[in-house]
Design a protein around this ligand. Structure first.
Ligand SMILES: Cc1cc2nc3c(=O)[nH]c(=O)nc-3n(C[C@H](O)[C@H](O)[C@H](O)COP(=O)(O)OP(=O)(O)OC[C@H]3O[C@@H](n4cnc5c(N)ncnc54)[C@H](O)[C@@H]3O)c2cc1C
Length: 236
């Protein structure tokens, strides 16, 4: 019985045209079209320039906006804030797959400091912050980064040392973050800081404008790779 089933499957496979073989059931027309748009963009706009940008140590700022126009920063973000008003993890994966094929992974890395900070802003920031900054971040007009890792270590997030103390109606952050992608160019930051005791439960996330007094930053030295992605150390 098993042998017969295998034979029938084998025969069936050989009777189908190439186009019908092994179709991914999750590849909807929309997702296939999205992949094609990204593949064409990467081939035409990024691949020919990737090495030059990597050697130069930066990507042109307008690339953030041109990639923003593809909608890739808008997953999970409401339409009123410049997002797509929907989410799709297959499309998110497609974005990462197609951009990884550009030949220099510093390029997607340079774009992704923004990506990892959009979600906490969308999920956790108040309505005023969301409407004020998300349209500019999602469209690529302004930059944003997520600051979790510290000079003392990154894996042990629960051991975070940066503190935030409530003082005269506002929080004052003290500490340092390092390896922060987009750190030298970002206008906005989501920063992890300890507000309440030891461990993970004592950590809060803060939305910080780069223009806040007392904030400064320095670039990391040239790295082993991902040269065109800026990583910075931040000081509070
Ligand atoms: C290119 C780049 C971009 C980055 N961008 C950002 C960013 O935008 N925002 C941000 O917040 N961070 C960023 N990071 C930091 C990144 O998240 C950290 O590098 C990472 O969390 C590891 O932390 P660490 O480098 O301090 O290594 P450590 O935590 O010091 O770890 C060093 C080594 O020890 C191992 N280790 C640690 N703890 C244990 C354990 N308990 N058991 C066994 N092994 C252990 C680790 O696997 C690693 O091999 C970036 C890093 C790089 C390289």
């Amino acid at each position: 019985m098993v042998a017969l089933q295998e034979y029938l499957l084998f025969q069936d496979d050989h009777c189908r045209s190439d186009a019908d073989k092994m179709k991914n059931p999750f590849d909807t027309l929309e997702r296939v079209a999205f992949r094609k748009t990204l593949r064409d963009f990467v081939a035409k706009e990024i691949k020919p320039n990737a090495d030059t940008w990597d050697e130069a140590g930066e990507i042109p700022w307008d690339l953030h906006q041109r990639v923003g126009a593809l909608g890739v920063g808008g997953f999970g973000v409401e339409e009123q804030h410049g997002g797509l008003g929907m989410d799709d993890y297959f499309m998110r994966a497609t974005y990462n797959e197609e951009f990884a094929m550009c030949g220099a992974n510093g390029v997607p890395a340079a774009l992704n400091g923004r990506m990892i900070s959009i979600e906490p802003i969308q999920r956790l920031a108040n309505a005023d912050i969301r409407s004020r900054v998300l349209p500019d971040i999602v469209s690529g007009r302004k930059g944003s980064s997520l600051g979790i890792t510290e000079p003392s270590g990154g894996s042990d997030v629960a051991g975070m040392k940066t503190t935030a103390r409530f003082d005269s109606g506002t929080y004052v952050i003290n500490g340092s973050k390092t390896f922060i992608t987009g750190g030298m160019t970002s206008d906005f930051f989501v920063i992890g800081a300890r507000t309440d005791g030891d461990g993970l439960a004592g950590i809060s996330l803060f939305f910080v404008d780069a223009a806040t007094p007392g904030f400064s930053r320095t670039p990391l030295d040239r790295k082993m790779g991902w040269w065109c992605a800026d990583q910075a150390t931040l000081y509070f």
